[in-house]
Design a protein around this ligand. Structure first.
Ligand code: SF4
Ligand code: SF4
Length: 388
């Protein structure tokens, strides 16, 4: 059977239209066959940090609610769980509150849970993987059905954050940090695909009603893209969403790597797309201005260290909370009233930027980086125009 993705046009998060759109998307990809009475269903939203819904950083709480209602009416037991990156500190419950989940789900018989509470288990991977093993959340491994609820976003290390990337949140925080030290675009993306392989969810629903463009995954701009999409194949869902948002086929390495591990279909010709037409929902978004140097081609490799995009602390915004120091995989950040970054061995993973609840870490791009980026964008636009 070909991979199938169902796309539903949906312009905002207001009920009841949103609920109808979510339910249509799920039912259209056979979700009802997966979820039965008494199934233990785990919903895995993207809760990267405690930003409110209007920032488009996390999966919108109205989408999570609509999926929870759908599972509950089928008689399932529902848990909503994630492990925010900055919850390497001890304030993760704030994330459920600040992202609107407590308010959205408060009247439903649904448990909100940090994945760390259930502990982690080591899962050995096969010979074709970059990683020998992953340390994966027990709650996700034990669920009868996992419903993956990614937010469609640009990403400064992986270009795009979708279904494959969202399951990275099920990895034990310490291993997530170690994986970030892999640094480079392809290596990091392959490792993320390895993580996805440890427990491939049965269902996936992409929140692209409002996506994030620019400096994702936390400091980009919300952009109304106006659709939801569902599939039982997360790789196919990512491939279709990337196409709808203007990413070149094959550009997103997490999708390529996951398909290479035979975890799903990424060839658009081989994916059956139903529902709203491509022309009705396609909206090209602005990609991240921070793309790893290894993506910018030989010119950039030649000039090497002159082409830098590095984190910088804005001392006027820093409140000294320490979240960035807690998450830096290289241990480069100290906090003495405000944060300071020792840049010498920075791997430019931007975990610190993602973790900061006050947007006090920004990206500083060297002049040559900005020039190289402008040239790359010009070349991309020229190539796209030629194609048309
Ligand atoms: S300082 Fe920030 S970007 Fe550099 S390694 Fe640490 S977390 Fe990553
Ligand atoms: S930079 Fe952000 S995360 Fe780091 S200490 Fe300052 S406010 Fe906290």
């Amino acid at each position: 059977m070909p991979a199938r993705v169902h796309v539903v046009s949906c312009q905002d998060y207001g009920q009841p239209a949103l609920r109808e759109a979510v339910w249509e998307a799920l039912e259209s990809v056979g979700a009802g066959e997966c979820v039965g009475a008494a199934s233990k269903v785990l919903l895995k939203p993207n809760l990267i940090n405690s930003m409110p819904p209007e920032r488009a950083v996390c999966t919108h709480p109205a989408v999570v609610r609509a999926v929870a209602e759908w599972a509950l009416q089928r008689g399932a037991q529902v848990v909503v769980a994630d492990q925010p990156g900055y919850a390497l500190t001890d304030d993760a419950q704030a994330c459920f509150r600040d992202t609107g989940l407590v308010g959205a789900l408060g009247d439903l018989p649904v448990e909100l849970r940090l994945l760390a509470r259930g502990g982690y288990e080591t899962v050995a991977l096969g010979p074709h993987h970059r990683l020998a093993e992953v340390i994966f959340a027990n709650d996700v491994l034990a669920a009868d059905v996992v419903v993956n609820l990614p937010k469609a976003k640009t990403h400064s290390q992986t270009l795009f954050s979708g279904a494959v990337k969202n399951m990275f949140g099920a990895i034990a925080p310490k291993q997530r940090l170690a994986i970030h030290l892999l640094g480079r675009f392809w290596a990091l993306s392959e490792a993320i695909a390895d993580c996805y392989s440890a427990r491939v969810p049965e269902l996936h629903l992409m929140d692209a009603v409002v996506a994030m463009e620019g400096l994702g995954p936390t400091q980009g701009r919300p952009v109304q893209t106006g659709f939801l999409a569902a599939s039982s194949d997360g790789v196919a869902l990512d491939a279709v969403t990337e196409d709808l948002l203007g990413f070149e086929p094959g550009a997103v390495a997490t999708t390529v790597a996951a398909a290479g591990l035979e975890l799903g279909e990424r060839d658009l010709e081989s994916i059956e797309v139903t529902g709203a037409s491509r022309s009705a929902v396609r909206r090209v978004i602005q990609q991240s201005p921070v793309v790893r140097a290894d993506l910018m081609g030989p010119l950039v490799r030649l000039v090497g260290s002159l082409v830098r995009a590095r984190p910088k602390v804005r001392v006027d915004l820093c409140r000294g909370c320490g979240a960035c120091a807690g998450i830096c995989p290289a241990g480069l950040i100290s906090v003495d009233r405000v944060a300071r970054i020792a840049h010498e061995t920075c791997v430019e993973c931007f975990c610190c930027l993602e973790a900061c609840p006050y947007d006090a870490i920004v990206v500083q791009r060297s002049p040559l980086y900005q020039t190289a980026w402008a040239v790359k964008r010009w070349l991309d636009r020229r190539a796209a125009a030629k194609e048309r």
